[in-house]
Design a binder for this molecule. Sequence first.
Ligand code: GDP
Ligand code: MN
Length: 387
Amino acid sequence: MQLHEYQAKNILSEYNVPIPFGQVALSDSECEKISSSINGKVVIKAQVHAGGRGKAGGIKIVDNPLDAKKVAQDMIGGTLKTFQSGGTKFPINKVYVEEASDILKEFYLAVTMDFDEKCPVIILSTEGGMNIEEVAEKTPDKIMKIHVNPLIGPSPYKVRNLLSSLNLEKKISQQISNIIQNLYRIFKSLDCTLIEINPLAITSQEKVIALDAKITIDDDSIFRHSDIEELFDETQMNRSELKALRNDLAYIKLDGGKVGCMVNGAGLAMATMDITMKAGAAPANFLDVGGSASEERIEEAYKIIASDNDVEVILVNLFGGILRCDVAAKGIINGFENYNKSIPMVVVLRGTNSEDAKLLLENSELDISFAEDLPTAASEITKKLKK
Ligand code: GDP
Ligand code: MN
């Protein structure tokens, strides 16, 4: 679960990570009011779940409260598409209004998991700011890492070693060192998968502050953090993915595919996607209905896939273990009847009550081809795709 910058900054501040003064505004007049309580320049920042706002016009620096109001008027109610948002336009419902900082230098600092090393990692670069992706690609030696033993946390000597190699003033490296320890405390206490501060700014007053903040919490741990669950902003999520989340379905929309996939079990889902690719088509989504899906959940799954305009064929591949195939068939038929949209289907059903399921489907109005195995399913898909 992703947090907004303003929510992440509240957390930083609770854990003694310095941030500039700022408040969130829901309207242009609120933005004006907050701006007038700030001396000097003000930064207005669109609150959306996408990075790269700076380059996309989602960050504006203004001189006075009236201009702040105008910027908020333009932003709030509008949308923002950035190079990181994968084509999605995120709605802007709030802006963060912050006192501007006088930046001398921008660092990049993050805590995340290193799955190769199987431990948390702290990532630091002196070349932070809006082009960090380019730095990582062209000059990877400018990106430094400290691997963390989760039982001890970031060892102060490792942090000191790394910072001393940067030849910073003692005053600065001391502050960064404290920030690293505090970020790690957040990472651990809130079960984060990522905390990213970019830029971590060094100001002309030699203060180190977090100018931007991105925090992602592990979805599987949300049950341990009810206060964080309340911060969830569903307006920032794709509608189908939100619907899937509400129905306990693992669904991810994939770009460019035409085959909607409905499968139970992640392993089978991946194999099904491979077969789809082999058939010369691409999957339009990943969808795992789970091992024990009910009729209602299957119905929702059908609706989610059928509502995707990219989908030309639906491939159903279910293995009835705990899931009964006849229950799944009823769910599919209900989905089709209630949603009233028929899309050609290729169906592979094996296991518990699969014969009953086939009978039910055969007697429905659905346009279905049955296949006994995946290679046959693949050739059926090819036949059904629009030329
Ligand atoms: P992002 O593009 O979504 O990552 O948004 P950021 O919050 O990182 O802002 C983008 C850039 O705006 C930063 O890298 C800074 O260069 C600039 N910026 C943000 N806040 C301030 C500020 O208070 N003062 C100045 N001068 N620049 C700022
Ligand atoms: Mn940033």
